[in-house]
Ligand binder design. Structure first.
Ligand code: NAD
Length: 371
């Protein structure tokens, strides 16, 4: 199993180009689950930022029924050439970071998927919106809630949709747990545990640069426990407490969190207890407990296969390539107005960013922060 954690540990820099992996797209092809009419329109996608995750999304999209890679935006001409060859992308659909505003005149592109370092998303998303194209931003959508609200407002003003790459919102075992919880199978939910972490490699990568990352493990991997606590419990938290520990201040400089333990309180009485870290592997687990039953996912948010069970038995939904399903579902959201079971819009991302802001404040002040 290729997990994101293993992958990131092997990273040696921020601008790595992955070799194209044929087996991956074959697996992606097998795992497509979207059913659509043969004449359903196809979403024309440009990817901005041709790094490791952009490469993964592009490969997975080859198996999409309703989304197709038609353009690229990159600062590296050699990468553009390689992608043109690999994905048959026309020269007129290739842009750099200086000229991509002219995408507005390009009918071959419906949406731009921004897959650059976190600190760049805000300005890039707003430029895409101002060019009149829909935008998908990678997570975290930006560095804090205020910037997130500016992005939502800019997209509203430009009359384009803003989505965020929350791939777990389309993952079948996750959705089955949400279904069972909505059915009341677990009774009154009182507890969630989210463990999110991996040992991060190269200390010079952008993930450990405050300006580009906005923080440390919390911005990158801890956000999965925040977001997961919300969709697993099905409520919005009302308070936060948090404690930070740092064992390696040389690697994790001021403003880059190594480990934060945090607790979220929910209006129905549930408490979430979560760990976010860049210093431990094997931390990818969700556990939800209610008065009448439980649900468990381990691994819970890696690229899969996701594994899990509930008090009713093993979860047997098939493994899917997350990014293939995500892009097909996002095509349906953008082209048909489909409503996802768990939202993936800019407002959803702002909710996570407000919680992240509160966690950082709670960790700094030692106080319980009301949301
Ligand atoms: P990466 O370093 O592999 O790729 C980043 C890309 O941005 C590179 O192509 C790089 O050249 C480009 N770039 C443009 N301007 C840059 C600058 N000023 N500094 C550094 N790079 C610059 O990173 P990644 O792992 O692909 O992550 C990109 C985004 O995707 C991040 O927001 C990350 O959180 C997100 N991500 C999401 C998932 C997921 O599962 N949803 C997984 C991995 C990454």
């Amino acid at each position: 199993m290729s997990s994101r954690r293993d992958f990131l540990q092997r990273l040696t820099g921020s601008a790595i180009t992955l070799p194209f992996i044929g087996a991956y797209s074959a697996a992606a092809a097998k795992n497509t689950v979207i059913q659509s009419a043969p004449d359903a329109p196809v979403l024309k996608v440009a990817i901005m930022g041709l790094g490791s995750y952009g490469t993964r999304v592009a490969e997975a999209m080859q198996a999409c029924k309703r989304a197709k890679l038609t353009g690229v935006i990159s600062g590296t001409p050699s990468k553009i050439k390689a992608w043109q060859g690999r994905y048959n992308i026309a020269e007129k659909n290739c842009y750099n970071y200086e000229n991509f505003d002219s995408i507005k005149d390009n009918p071959d592109i419906d949406v731009v998927y921004v897959i650059t370092p976190n600190g760049l998303h805000h300005d890039q998303v707003i430029r895409v919106a101002n060019a009149g194209k829909h935008v998908i931003s990678e997570k975290p959508m930006t560095l804090n809630a205020k910037l997130g609200e500016e992005m939502v407002a800019a997209c509203k003003k430009a009359n384009v949709k803003l989505l965020v790459g929350y791939r777990m919102h389309f993952e079948p075992k996750t959705l089955e747990i949400i279904r069972q919880r909505k059915e009341g199978d677990f009774g009154k939910i009182l507890f969630f545990q989210g463990l999110s972490g991996f040992i991060i490699g190269d200390p010079t990568q952008w993930r450990l640069n405050k300006q580009l990352s906005g923080g440390g493990a919390m911005m990158d991997i801890g956000i999965y426990s925040i977001n997961g606590s919300r969709y697993m419990i099905g409520e919005e938290p009302v308070w936060v407490t948090a404690q930070e520990t740092k064992t390696n201040p040389d690697k994790f400089k001021e403003g880059i969190d190594e480990t934060i333990q945090f607790q979220l309180g929910f209006p129905g009485g549930a408490v979430a207890s979560c760990l976010s870290t860049y210093s431990l592997n094997n931390l990818d687990r969700f556990f939800l407990d209610g008065t009448d039953g439980f649900a468990e996912l381990f691994p819970s948010t890696g690229y899969g296969p996701i594994e899990g069970r509930t008090s009713k038995g093993e979860l047997t939904q098939p493994h899917v390539t997350h990014q293939t399903v995500q892009m097909d579902e996002m095509a349906a959201i953008l082209l048909d107005g489909k409503q996802p079971i768990v939202p993936v819009d800019g407002e959803e991302a702002v909710k996570d960013l407000k919680i992240i802001d509160a966690i950082y404040l709670a960790a700094k002040t030692g106080k319980k922060i009301d949301l």
